[in-house]
Ligand binder design. Structure first.
Ligand SMILES: [Zn+2]
Length: 292
């Protein structure tokens, strides 16, 4: 599932390949991936130019300008679980699960949205609507300040792993990068944010920056579905230390990496480097592996 580094890679691709280009035609092949009616969606987009690309958390907003003083609109892109946005030559075969095709400029290239699981979404928004969507998200994990981060942790109960993945508190992290950042900072995923020492909290803040920064540089992580705008996979997979490395030796200490389920999601950690605190959050959801 795309997280901040994958979404940022797609945003960068849009900046390089699509900015300044005009949408000449829109074909909605599967209406469930767009917000509103296909006709309304298409009529808002056709004739507009992609003027700017911004991102908050896992959401991308493409600003659409128009001639004649019409107020700008935004195309909100959420990749969901398996969404892919690619700039493709028109003659390239249309792959299965391609749900929206936007013809660019003279028609030689197309912006295609493909999504096998269809949890992704494309929506046209006014600037007020976009403000609301972005306003509901916590500060972006790459831009949050240390002060904001420490303040957000204060007094919080529950598992720090779930806290990191809650998009209303800090946005952009999912299962992969939350596990990797906690390993980097040597914090057990069941620790309670409010009980983590200020020193460790600062280590976590820095670990998030470091892990996300490296992953963005390598174009994100591809397991099966995520691709960048050119249709190529990300290269961070080899850099993962704990995520989906259950049973393998920890790179730091050699102890076998363990996997537990927290709030229904897998968490991977080193039981020696990430010592379980005396007081932890309660485990919720099915326990597939109880060995802590
Ligand atoms: Zn270890």
């Amino acid at each position: 599932m795309p997280e901040l580094p994958e979404v940022e890679t797609v945003a960068q691709g849009l900046r390089q390949r699509a900015l300044g280009r005009r949408i000449a035609a829109v074909e909605v092949r599967h209406a469930s991936v767009i917000g509103g009616s296909p006709e309304g969606f298409a009529s808002t987009l056709v004739g507009r130019t992609l003027a700017n690309v911004s991102r908050k958390g896992k959401a991308i907003a493409v600003e659409l300008s128009a001639e004649g003083g019409i107020a700008p609109h935004f195309l909100l892109v959420r990749l969901g679980m398996t969404g892919q946005l690619t700039v493709t030559p028109r003659e390239a075969p249309i792959e299965p699960h391609t749900h929206v095709i936007m013809t660019l400029d003279d028609g030689r290239e197309e912006l295609r949205f493909r999504d096998i699981r269809r949890f992704g979404k494309l929506r046209c928004l006014t600037s007020q609507e976009l403000e609301k969507v972005f306003g509901a998200l916590g500060p972006d994990a790459q831009r949050v300040t240390e002060l904001e981060f420490l303040a957000a942790m204060r007094g919080r109960k529950g598992a720090i792993k779930s806290w990191l993945m809650n998009q209303n508190l800090v946005s952009g992290l999912g299962n992969i990068y939350a596990d990797e950042a906690l390993f980097e900072a040597r914090i057990h995923p069941l620790s309670q944010p409010g009980r983590v020492s200020p020193h460790k909290a600062r280590l976590l803040f820095r670990a998030i920056r470091k892990v996300l920064g490296r992953a963005v540089k390598l174009g994100g992580t591809t397991f099966s579905d995520y691709l960048n705008l050119e249709g190529r996979p990300g290269a961070f997979l080899k850099k993962l230390r704990v995520y989906q490395h259950t049973g393998e030796p920890c790179r730091r200490c050699g102890q076998a990496i363990r996997r537990i389920i927290i709030a229904g999601r897998s968490s991977h950690f080193c039981p020696r480097c990430q010592v379980r605190p005396r007081v932890t959050a309660k485990m919720r959801g099915p326990r597939k592996s109880s060995s802590l």
